[in-house]
Design a protein around this ligand. Sequence first.
Ligand code: ZN
Length: 521
Amino acid sequence: MPSASSSSSSGASSSASKDPYGPYGPFGAAFELKPGTQHYEWGMTREDGALVAKLASASDPKVEKAKEGTKFAELWMGTHPTVPSSIIPPPNSPTPPDGSPIQLSSYLARHPALLGARPRYFKRPAGELPFLFKILSVGKALSIQAHPDKELGKKLHGEKPDSYKDDNHKPEMAIALTDFEGFCGFRPLSEMHKYLDAVPEFAQVVNAPVAFVSELAWASQPSSGTTDEETRSWVRGIFGRLMRAQSTTYKTAVMRLAARYRQALDDGKASELEVEEDVARLVVRLNEQYPADIGVLCTFVLNVVHLSPGQAMFLGANEPHAYLRGEIVECMAASDNVVRAGLTPKERDVETLVEMLTYSTGGAEKQRMSATAYTPAEDSANAEAYASPKEKEDGTPDVPTLLYDPPIEEFSVLRTCLAPGASETQKPLDGPSILLVTQGANAKLIARPRPLPQEQANGSRSRSNSAANGHTLAPDAPREFEVKQPGHTYFVGAGCEVELRNEGDEELVVFRAFVEVPADE
Ligand SMILES: [Zn+2]
């Protein structure tokens, strides 16, 4: 019971509309969250400067005491039952007498007004957000993987519930915080042919008949008239052969290849190799991280994407990808469905993987997604900055807040960068959001709820009778938070205007994940 305080919440266990504190409950329309951390082996340590550790320490004093060498891989913000976020109650608000954490999901289930006018969208189970918001500190490559679409998610969960724990799809979006490198999507057919032709160890594992390779040489030329459908079939042929190779074959081939490249790099003879130096370095590095793993050879079939801070990529259903190194903000649909291809000691579900992929191809550039200017509230202090924005070098508008809006309904992300002294007011959103400060100190966040529709506001009248004991603010009162250091994380209920003020002397960077429920839901 989130608001179980002895003196002031006698009615708190009844429905939300009768909550003595009004529709938003005792913590109001916005409150601070304590995110959870995951310590996967591919993470970074505090000694490496892991951002996950730095951000987590804002709400978790234990982080500072972690043993040297402890890996910090992911910071989770949301309601996913594996690592649910809990609420940091505002001062003087009622908390459970036993001190147990108040989970965001159970609070949202009891106070659906925070989710907006269409809380039924947040079904299954009540109070669960459709997205999961994360920070990743990637020290070592993650497994090469793909996520099913909704239909396949349902099928896999039905057939193999132990491996596929839910029936949802899992589109993901990554926004770089530091220079970032990842695999994303298949290389153009011509590049795959180039490597198949030039790298004997790769060709040996793919073990394609001579006729296949010579036909591929022709099919991969732009003038060949190869259709998209035929291209997909070629890519599937190459990838399927690679994935189905016997471990006895690929293990020796991968070790031989990595040793050969290592030697050339050590001898300063990279220019004599049959591949580009960065490709050789990646092969050597991946083999150091996952010796003799089939995923090392995926370097020759997958695009290597580089993102600078602020650049993003969207990973749709059935597209192969892997994060290789760097730190990112990630947002995804709440699901755990992963089909792995390589760079992993875990189960590889090769047949599912080969069957599911779209096999669409394109260069690394194609994998990036662009951001657009996100117009603030009309009376925002910086409104004129949006009137006729200049473009940055990479084509994005030079404005404080950018919108990353992937082609799915579960989430979008805002990134706000404010110079010292600057402020911005963001208009109310028609759904819940989570804000995370990744950089800056001495800032203010003010959340102002806008008036509720009459039927949802009924609870607020009873507040004045039963909760007017000095414990809490009126439900429509603004909530103000002091951001003392990066890592502070906030839940902001639907319908709140948000003002950010940078009162510090360095740039303030805030990411905000949100969902706006489509009107026809
Ligand atoms: Zn993924």
